[in-house]
Design a protein around this ligand. Structure first.
Ligand SMILES: Cc1cc2nc3c(=O)[nH]c(=O)nc-3n(C[C@H](O)[C@H](O)[C@H](O)COP(=O)(O)OP(=O)(O)OC[C@H]3O[C@@H](n4cnc5c(N)ncnc54)[C@H](O)[C@@H]3O)c2cc1C
Ligand SMILES: *[C@@H]1O[C@H](CO)[C@@H](O)[C@H](O)[C@H]1NC(C)=O
Ligand SMILES: *[C@@H]1O[C@H](CO)[C@@H](O)[C@H](O)[C@H]1NC(C)=O
Ligand SMILES: *[C@@H]1O[C@H](CO)[C@@H](O)[C@H](O)[C@H]1NC(C)=O
Length: 488
């Protein structure tokens, strides 16, 4: 017992917010989740390690209970137990929120862990699939492929959950062609704050559907997605251009060449690209969805003189997705929990960085105290299909973004230090365009950001707050940065 207590203390576990049993929560949840489902409470041995298992070790969160339902009816019963007693509720799908929002984000939440909710079916006349919201992205890929060689857009880390990913955006290498993951959604089964289970789509519960496509964590618990799918892409080229040696000035030059090439409005949607900055290193990687011959015709080699270029053909979709997963693993430890802090930023075609700003960025990186060697800045090329969708079509708002920045700083030894945070803050300030609205990606939660909802949902926030006031006025579904109900 002492051993367990020591581990819990080391993980920063706080004592349970309320004494179990006093408000009937425990017995309510135990009768809500029957059969092969289960519920865990803070008094259970190894609760924090095996039931809660936070992804960001830097943010300590102790939920009041973690329930593992097996059906949407059980999810509804859990929501009722929580709402009747004034607890806040968050769904957990893959548990990969940077702010541990799948655990509620603050102590005392009821967590609905969807790992047992993994139904799958494919209609092979419409090629619409039904996917249970506890399915991880790696399994989404496999199941769609097995059901007729189909695919949809999503990010590259196989351990991320469809529940949190499809409902917040979901950007990946095919997004320039097919849209974000949420652009594939044509219907959802969702449990609302009043504990009804409804289907929402363009024609039923339209407001709920609109809110779910970009901001679901504040509006309900999706138990199943109905998605459109695409034939899986065939031959693809994986390319890399790297600068392992050289000066900050050389890296700045390559960065300018990359931004100029990728921001050409006529560039094919079949080209995906990410520029990664690490300590003393710049790497451009990406996928071209086509043959080597077509890739060569783009003439990218000529664009990046001085960099080490290489390209390989991958004939098979599952092999391609696996290679992305390996890249993601290198960058973020393959979804292994750690102490980290992350931020995001973005550019549209009107707000691209000037040469002067790029020079300042590289000068700063060269001289700054970063507090760690394990930091990286990922510049993701977006645009394409995602830029053709109107801003107000879904609650996900950032349709004009051409480049995203994701910045990370990891501490392998303990809590993230202020020096690490300052470095990412300073980079963000330096690269922001004066006067442009600050747009953060809602999928890269930044719990320290004071104006989270404005930065995540921009001009769609007001409508979200109106819908929230109608369907969840008591704010049952919430985390520290979900939209608050509009005041009546
Ligand atoms: C290693 C790594 C790689 C990543 N790569 C990418 C990438 O390539 N592209 C990209 O766009 N993003 C990427 N992300 C960000 C990722 O999309 C988000 O963190 C996402 O929200 C995680 O979803 P989850 O289900 O794993 O997390 P959770 O922590 O389980 O959930 C995150 C949030 O969504 C809510 N939620 C979960 N399920 C549901 C549901 N069924 N109904 C309603 N709300 C729900 C939770 O309550 C919580 O607020 C990456 C993250 C990590 C850690
Ligand atoms: C659709 O599925 C049925 C039943 O599994 C199968 O017999 C049929 O060949 C499939 N059709 C296509 C186009 O894959
Ligand atoms: C290119 O790769 C070679 C072999 O790994 C390395 O020695 C060289 O420094 C690299 N050059 C650049 C510009 O990165
Ligand atoms: C629950 O809320 C939804 C959305 O507002 C509504 O359509 C439904 O009728 C409500 N159900 C009950 C039982 O009140």
């Amino acid at each position: 017992m002492n051993f367990i207590r020591t581990i819990l203390l080391a993980l920063g576990a706080a004592p349970a917010a309320r004494a179990a049993g006093g408000d009937g929560l425990q017995s309510c949840l135990n009768s809500a989740v029957t059969g092969s489902g289960s519920v865990a409470f803070p008094s259970d041995p190894l609760y924090q390690i095996s039931d809660v298992s936070p992804y960001n070790l830097n943010i300590a969160v102790t939920p009041a209970a973690v329930a593992f339902p097996t059906s949407s009816a059980q999810v509804a019963a859990i929501v009722k137990c929580a709402a009747d007693r004034g607890y806040h509720v968050q769904a957990k799908s893959g548990g990969h929120s940077y702010g541990n929002y799948g655990l509620g984000g603050t102590d005392g939440a009821i967590v609905v862990d969807l790992k047992n909710i993994q139904q799958f079916s494919m209609d092979n006349t419409t090629w619409h699939a039904i996917i249970g919201a506890g399915t991880l992205l790696g399994d989404v890929t496999q199941r769609l492929s097995a059901a007729g060689r189909r695919a949809m857009s999503h990010g590259t880390c196989p351990q991320v959950g469809s529940g949190g990913h499809f409902t917040i955006g979901g950007l990946g290498p095919t997004s320039r062609q097919f849209g974000a993951a949420l652009d594939h959604i044509i219907g959802v089964e969702v449990v609302l704050a009043n504990s009804s289970v409804v289907w929402a789509s363009e024609t039923e519960h339209e407001d709920v559907f609109w809110a779910i496509k970009g901001a679901a964590s504040g509006f309900g618990i999706v138990t199943a997605f109905k998605v459109r799918t695409e034939p899986q892409p065939g031959t693809a080229v994986e390319y890399t251009y790297s600068l392992d040696i050289g000066t900050a000035e050389m890296r700045a030059t390559l960065f300018k060449q990359w931004q100029a090439y990728m921001s050409n409005p006529d560039l094919t949607w079949k080209l995906a690209s990410t520029l990664t900055l690490l300590e003393e290193t710049l790497i451009i990687t990406g996928t071209f969805f086509g043959t080597m011959e077509e890739f060569d015709k783009l003439g990218i080699d000529d664009q990046f003189p001085g960099a080490n270029g290489s390209a390989v053909v991958i004939e098979n979709w599952l092999g391609l997705v696996a290679s992305w997963g390996e890249d993601a693993a290198l960058e973020l430890g393959g979804g292994i929990p750690s102490n980290f802090y992350a931020k995001s930023n973005s550019w549209t075609k009107e707000t691209l960085m000037s040469d002067e700003t790029i020079d300042k960025l590289f000068d700063y990186i060269e001289s700054a105290d970063k507090g760690t060697l394990v930091w990286f800045l990922l510049f993701d090329f977006q645009g394409g299909f995602t830029n053709t969708i109107p801003t107000h079509a879904t609650s996900y708002a950032h349709r004009d973004v051409l480049f995203w920045l994701q910045s990370y700083s990891i501490n392998l030894l303990g809590s993230v230090t202020q020096t690490q945070i300052d470095f990412l803050e300073n980079v963000n300030t330096l690269v922001s365009t004066d006067g442009a609205p600050y747009a953060a990606y809602p999928g890269y939660v930044d719990p320290l950001m004071p104006n989270g909802p404005e930065a995540y949902w921009g001009t769609n926030l007001e409508r979200l707050r109106q819908i929230k006031a109608e369907i969840d006025p008591n704010n049952v579904f919430r985390n520290p940065q979900s939209p608050a109900p509009a005041s009546q």
